[in-house]
Design a protein around this ligand. Structure first.
Ligand code: CTP
Length: 207
């Protein structure tokens, strides 16, 4: 299970990151462990405490998250709940960058590896790969396209428009599957969402 943000350094004191509390990912890791799974949680910088009964690997950057995920293979299930930074500064300064007058600054960004897509295409592909989509608009449309593009089996869509979801206790999700089904669940706590998803995973692995 991946969870939390990734922080991409710009210099020793600054980074590029994103809003993710890690609450949903951590809750899924814990729910899986309580259901009897052996769980590795690969977590970016969060204040959420490491869940019980789970091996937690702490990382900083997207590249470190990918390395930790590949090291954890083979697994039966991969859940990518992390809010990975899509880009990182191309150059990382080894000293704090100073202002030079009022000149505007340009930072060149390069793309980070896509962990979900890499796991979905791996020759050690897990039996079930679950991605998340945080969308502010046109959620269903974007989520369907993402499911096809990333090659995962399920996609959990949450609407993050207007400050919803990030850091909050509750979540409203739509679970989309490769077979075309899409089910919107009523609003519930992130722990309850986690238990629901784990129940679905157990059903699938049993079948
Ligand atoms: N993800 C990933 N590695 C990345 C970017 C995203 O593993 N470098 C995963 C996330 O963990 C999530 C899913 O991909 O499960 C979708 O993330 P999201 O940020 O919604 O999508 P992006 O691929 O970044 O697409 P876009 O920014 O264009 O919406």
């Amino acid at each position: 299970v991946t969870s939390g943000p990734t922080f991409e350094p710009l210099d020793p004191v600054r980074f590029l990151g994103n809003r993710s509390s890690g609450k949903q990912g951590h809750a899924i890791a814990e729910a899986l462990a309580l259901a009897g799974a052996q769980v590795t949680l690969v977590s970016g910088p969060v204040s959420e405490p490491p869940p019980r009964f789970v091996e937690t690997v702490r990382i900083g950057t997207a590249q470190e998250m990918l390395d930790a995920c590949l090291k954890a293979l083979p697994v039966d299930i991969a859940v990518c709940a992390a809010a990975v930074a899509d880009f990182r500064p191309e150059d990382v300064a080894d000293k704090k960058i100073k202002k030079s007058g009022k000149d505007p600054m340009t930072v060149k960004l390069v793309q980070n590896p896509d962990i979900l897509a890499t796991l979905s295409q791996s020759n050690q592909r897990p039996k079930l790969v679950v991605g998340f989509a945080a969308e502010t608009n046109d959620g269903m449309e974007n989520a369907k396209a993402k499911l096809a593009k990333k090659g995962c089996d399920w996609l959990v869509l949450n609407d993050v428009g207007g400050g919803k979801v990030f850091g909050q206790e509750n979540n409203i999700i739509t679970l989309l599957k490769q077979n075309g089904s899409a089910e919107t669940w009523p609003e519930m706590g992130k722990r309850e969402v986690a238990r629901g998803l784990v129940a679905e995973m157990a059903k699938l692995l049993k079948a």
